[in-house]
Write a protein that binds this ligand. Structure first.
Ligand code: 5GP
Ligand code: ZN
Length: 114
Protein backbone atom coordinates (compact mmCIF):
# COMPACT_ATOMS: atom_id res chain seq x y z
CA UNK A 1 0.00 0.00 0.00
CA UNK A 2 1.75 3.15 -1.26
CA UNK A 3 0.97 5.54 1.61
CA UNK A 4 1.61 3.08 4.45
CA UNK A 5 4.65 3.75 6.67
CA UNK A 6 5.37 0.09 7.40
CA UNK A 7 4.94 -0.95 3.73
CA UNK A 8 7.59 1.69 2.98
CA UNK A 9 9.90 0.16 5.59
CA UNK A 10 9.15 -3.32 4.18
CA UNK A 11 10.11 -2.25 0.65
CA UNK A 12 13.07 -0.13 1.86
CA UNK A 13 11.59 3.18 0.67
CA UNK A 14 12.29 4.57 4.13
CA UNK A 15 15.04 3.32 6.44
CA UNK A 16 14.75 1.33 9.64
CA UNK A 17 17.14 -0.64 11.81
CA UNK A 18 16.11 -4.06 10.55
CA UNK A 19 17.16 -6.96 12.77
CA UNK A 20 15.43 -9.87 11.01
CA UNK A 21 13.80 -10.56 7.66
CA UNK A 22 12.47 -13.57 5.77
CA UNK A 23 10.00 -14.16 2.93
CA UNK A 24 6.93 -13.11 4.91
CA UNK A 25 7.91 -10.97 7.94
CA UNK A 26 10.50 -8.48 9.08
CA UNK A 27 11.52 -7.05 12.45
CA UNK A 28 13.06 -3.66 13.18
CA UNK A 29 13.78 -1.36 16.11
CA UNK A 30 10.96 0.92 17.26
CA UNK A 31 11.85 4.58 16.67
CA UNK A 32 10.56 5.52 20.16
CA UNK A 33 11.54 2.58 22.39
CA UNK A 34 9.48 1.93 25.52
CA UNK A 35 11.86 -0.71 26.94
CA UNK A 36 15.55 -1.60 26.57
CA UNK A 37 14.48 -3.99 23.81
CA UNK A 38 11.59 -2.70 21.68
CA UNK A 39 11.21 -4.34 18.29
CA UNK A 40 8.32 -4.30 15.84
CA UNK A 41 7.52 -7.46 13.88
CA UNK A 42 5.40 -6.94 10.76
CA UNK A 43 4.17 -9.02 7.85
CA UNK A 44 5.38 -7.90 4.42
CA UNK A 45 1.75 -8.09 3.30
CA UNK A 46 -0.31 -4.99 4.10
CA UNK A 47 -3.03 -5.83 6.64
CA UNK A 48 -4.49 -2.72 8.28
CA UNK A 49 -5.71 -4.14 11.61
CA UNK A 50 -6.36 -7.47 13.33
CA UNK A 51 -9.97 -7.01 12.15
CA UNK A 52 -8.73 -7.60 8.59
CA UNK A 53 -7.35 -11.08 9.20
CA UNK A 54 -8.77 -13.78 6.94
CA UNK A 55 -8.45 -17.52 6.55
CA UNK A 56 -5.75 -16.81 3.96
CA UNK A 57 -3.51 -14.49 5.99
CA UNK A 58 -4.02 -15.42 9.65
CA UNK A 59 -1.04 -17.79 9.60
CA UNK A 60 1.15 -14.67 9.44
CA UNK A 61 0.30 -13.78 13.04
CA UNK A 62 1.60 -17.14 14.26
CA UNK A 63 4.79 -16.56 12.31
CA UNK A 64 5.10 -13.06 13.80
CA UNK A 65 4.76 -14.51 17.32
CA UNK A 66 7.28 -17.26 16.63
CA UNK A 67 9.68 -14.63 15.25
CA UNK A 68 9.20 -12.51 18.37
CA UNK A 69 9.95 -15.51 20.59
CA UNK A 70 13.04 -16.33 18.53
CA UNK A 71 14.35 -12.76 18.73
CA UNK A 72 13.63 -12.61 22.48
CA UNK A 73 15.66 -15.78 22.93
CA UNK A 74 18.51 -14.45 20.78
CA UNK A 75 18.60 -11.28 22.90
CA UNK A 76 18.66 -13.39 26.08
CA UNK A 77 15.22 -12.35 27.32
CA UNK A 78 13.61 -15.79 27.21
CA UNK A 79 14.28 -16.69 30.83
CA UNK A 80 13.54 -13.30 32.45
CA UNK A 81 10.53 -12.70 30.21
CA UNK A 82 9.17 -10.38 27.60
CA UNK A 83 5.89 -9.08 26.20
CA UNK A 84 4.40 -9.45 22.71
CA UNK A 85 1.63 -6.90 22.10
CA UNK A 86 -0.67 -6.06 19.19
CA UNK A 87 -2.87 -2.97 19.42
CA UNK A 88 -6.10 -2.81 17.43
CA UNK A 89 -7.77 0.52 16.63
CA UNK A 90 -8.28 3.63 18.75
CA UNK A 91 -9.05 2.28 22.23
CA UNK A 92 -5.90 0.15 22.18
CA UNK A 93 -3.78 3.02 20.86
CA UNK A 94 -2.99 1.72 17.36
CA UNK A 95 -1.28 4.53 15.45
CA UNK A 96 0.15 2.71 12.41
CA UNK A 97 -2.47 0.85 10.39
CA UNK A 98 -0.33 -2.05 9.19
CA UNK A 99 -0.45 -4.83 11.77
CA UNK A 100 2.62 -5.14 13.96
CA UNK A 101 3.64 -7.01 17.07
CA UNK A 102 5.66 -5.15 19.70
CA UNK A 103 8.42 -7.14 21.39
CA UNK A 104 9.13 -5.39 24.70
CA UNK A 105 11.78 -6.69 27.08
CA UNK A 106 14.62 -5.79 29.41
CA UNK A 107 12.62 -4.31 32.27
CA UNK A 108 9.81 -5.28 34.64
CA UNK A 109 6.40 -4.75 32.93
CA UNK A 110 3.27 -3.52 34.70
CA UNK A 111 -0.08 -5.30 34.55
CA UNK A 112 -2.70 -4.30 33.67
CA UNK A 113 -1.22 -2.07 30.95
CA UNK A 114 -2.26 1.59 30.92
P1 5GP B 1 1.07 1.29 17.66
O1 5GP B 1 0.84 2.47 18.56
O2 5GP B 1 0.38 1.45 16.31
O3 5GP B 1 0.76 -0.04 18.29
O4 5GP B 1 2.63 1.24 17.39
C1 5GP B 1 3.26 1.96 16.38
C2 5GP B 1 4.73 2.00 16.73
O5 5GP B 1 5.45 2.42 15.58
C3 5GP B 1 5.08 2.98 17.85
O6 5GP B 1 5.70 2.29 18.93
C4 5GP B 1 6.01 3.98 17.17
O7 5GP B 1 7.06 4.42 18.03
C5 5GP B 1 6.53 3.21 15.99
N1 5GP B 1 6.89 4.04 14.85
C6 5GP B 1 6.18 5.08 14.33
N2 5GP B 1 6.80 5.59 13.26
C7 5GP B 1 7.95 4.86 13.11
C8 5GP B 1 9.02 4.92 12.16
O8 5GP B 1 9.06 5.75 11.24
N3 5GP B 1 10.02 4.01 12.29
C9 5GP B 1 10.03 3.09 13.30
N4 5GP B 1 11.07 2.24 13.35
N5 5GP B 1 9.03 2.99 14.20
C10 5GP B 1 8.01 3.88 14.10
ZN1 ZN C 1 1.25 -1.40 4.98
Amino acid sequence: MSDCLFCKIANATIPAKIVYRDETVLAFEDINPQAPTHLLIIPREHIATLNNLTDDNQHLVGHMAATGAKLAKEKDHAEDGYRLVMNCNADAGQTVFHIHMHLLAGRQMDWPPG
